[in-house]
Design a protein around this ligand. Sequence first.
Ligand SMILES: [Zn+2]
Ligand SMILES: [Zn+2]
Length: 88
Amino acid sequence: MTLMRPKVCRYCGCTEEDACTLPTGDPCSWYEATRTVCTNPGCVRKFEAVKAENRAKAAREKAERRMSSADVHDAIRRGNKPKKKVAR
Ligand SMILES: [Zn+2]
Ligand SMILES: [Zn+2]
């Protein structure tokens, strides 16, 4: 059993044959190429929220894996160094 069948909206369950109606009165279409989310504003909002959450989580885990907090502070210090050379 697959959780995300293509051509069926994972949130409202609409299909190409049975599209839901948008607030504009138009039938929905597919929001993304995998065809598991339709353009219904409610579905798009949920989908974007999940996507943003996953992205934030992935970035957090990546940062934690790669650097200790001391490294992060060091990188920030280095990054904030003025570009121009210090005149001597
Ligand atoms: Zn939908
Ligand atoms: Zn729909």
